[in-house]
Design a protein around this ligand. Structure first.
Ligand SMILES: CC(C)=CCC/C(C)=C/CC/C(C)=C/CC/C(C)=C/[C@@H]1[C@@H](COP(=O)(O)OP(=O)(O)O)[C@]1(C)CC/C=C(\C)CC/C=C(\C)CCC=C(C)C
Ligand SMILES: Nc1ncnc2c1ncn2[C@@H]1O[C@H](COP(=O)(O)OP(=O)(O)OP(=O)(O)O)[C@@H](O)[C@H]1O
Ligand SMILES: [Mn+2]
Length: 365
């Protein structure tokens, strides 16, 4: 392929990532009552805030387009990204169809890179993945940002990062999250968990904003918008963790703050045995409360995005947020009952998402 120094290896026509599993990889992390003042001051928040500021500053810079200029190849690359996205996340894919075609395909390219990164530690080959393999993946990321993609999916991302104000840090941080996931099976407190959630999901928010675009009429500061995007990633991840407690437990993993479990008087053994006790219900209520707090934070920022980008964000936010309602409906049995939002509810939330997107507010819908 064209573009200075691009290295091409054989590129199989079929997916480079394995076909989706029936149930996409578990990945869990957690939370508890409302964030404590210690947590607010925590190192993790400071570190994350630094990245947010850097990423926000990039938006103001004009970047030269050094991406690949082989348009046929790029079109194919983006098309393939769209196919993967459609296969792994149908509802979300539908949402992206309302975005402008340029933004939509950029989001697809980012989605595919994130999905592949996650598949490294969560997919069928996860047991063979070592920190060294992640180092190789990170070098490959550097090459993507330097215009030297390794395969077609990378080429799409390479073009995207040359076209939008995307910094490399959130991508590196996501790889860091995968490193952490390889090594760590317990989180001492919410600060530790928060950092993990930032790595694997908050980063997605930071990657998405430059592509989705901030509305020209927005009066909010760029930092405010990034903070909302970060909050959505955290909220999604906390929800994902709460949904998958049972599944994670069966893999010997507990993505819940150990100190909060201890204060609630819940032992690891009770989690492994899947005991839905009264103390578990109280503990879960607090966890859900915290996740909702992050959703609330995120909701405040959606209206600041460009109008065409709001709908997919609202759609995915409402879908994910409803998982918390279903956990409640399941009477907090997240050990053996998967909180699943039925098709009817899912479709019912689409007009709501659309209404909110066009009104620019959640006041009337
Ligand atoms: C519109 C929209 C949602 C855009 C984001 C698209 C995108 C690039 C998604 C990548 C997601 C991904 C594959 C991340 C890898 C790590 C991972 C799996 C994280 C978990 C996602 C849920 O996936 P799933 O349920 O399939 O998980 P399982 O593997 O099955 O367990 C996460 C829970 C986190 C995803 C985080 C987001 C989608 C962040 C969204 C934030 C924004 C789009 C910012 C919006 C802006 C404002 C101002 C609110
Ligand atoms: N009905 C659901 N209930 C709970 N979680 C869901 C549900 N549908 C999707 N999710 C979660 O949200 C993520 C992204 O949502 P999306 O709707 O795009 O996924 P999907 O699995 O392709 O759904 P579908 O094929 O039903 O449209 C999924 O990977 C999954 O973890
Ligand atoms: Mn899916």
């Amino acid at each position: 392929m064209a573009a200075g120094g691009v290295v091409w290896v054989t590129f199989p026509k079929q997916n480079l990532i394995p076909p989706p599993r029936k149930r996409l990889g578990p990945k869990l992390r957690t939370g508890v009552p409302l964030i404590s003042s210690t947590a607010v001051r925590a190192y993790s928040e400071e570190k994350v805030h630094e990245v947010v500021l850097k990423q926000a500053a990039l938006v103001k810079q004009q970047r030269p387009n050094e991406g690949c200029k082989d348009w046929d190849l790029l079109n194919e690359a983006y098309e393939r990204c769209g196919e993967v996205c459609a296969e792994y996340a149908k509802t979300f894919y539908l949402g992206t169809l309302l975005m402008t075609s340029e933004r939509r395909r950029a989001i697809w390219a980012i989605y595919v890179w994130c999905r592949r990164t996650d598949e490294l530690v969560d997919g069928p080959n996860a047991s063979h993945i070592t920190p060294r393999a992640l180092d190789t993946w990170e070098k490959r990321l550097d090459n993507i940002f330097q215009g030297r993609p390794y395969d077609l999916f990378d080429a799409a991302l390479s073009h995207t990062v040359s076209n939008y104000a995307l910094g490399i840090q959130p991508f590196k941080d996501m790889i860091e999250g995968m490193r952490l996931d390889l090594l760590k099976t317990r989180y001492n407190n919410f600060d530790e968990l928060y950092l993990y959630c930032y790595y694997v999901a908050g980063t997605v928010g930071l990657m998405s904003v430059p592509v989705m675009g901030i509305a020209s009429e927005s009066k909010a500061s760029i930092e405010t918008v990034y903070s909302a995007a970060l909050a959505l990633g955290i909220a999604n991840q906390l929800t994902n963790i709460l949904r998958d407690v049972g599944e994670d437990g069966r893999r010997g993993r507990i993505y819940l703050p150990q100190d909060e479990l201890a204060s609630a008087g819940i032992s690891e053994d009770e989690i492994f045995r899947g005991q839905v006790s009264d103390k578990w219900k109280i503990f879960m209520k607090n966890q859900i409360k915290r996740a909702r707090m992050y959703f609330d934070e995120a909701e405040k920022g959606v209206a600041e995005l460009k109008e065409a980008s709001r709908w997919p964000v609202w759609a995915s936010l409402l879908l994910y947020r409803q998982i918390l309602d279903v956990i409640e409906e399941n009477d907090y049995n997240n050990f053996t009952k998967r909180a699943y939002v039925g098709k009817a509810k899912k479709f019912a939330s689409l007009p709501l998402a659309y209404g909110r997107a066009i009104m620019g507010t959640s006041k009337f819908f």
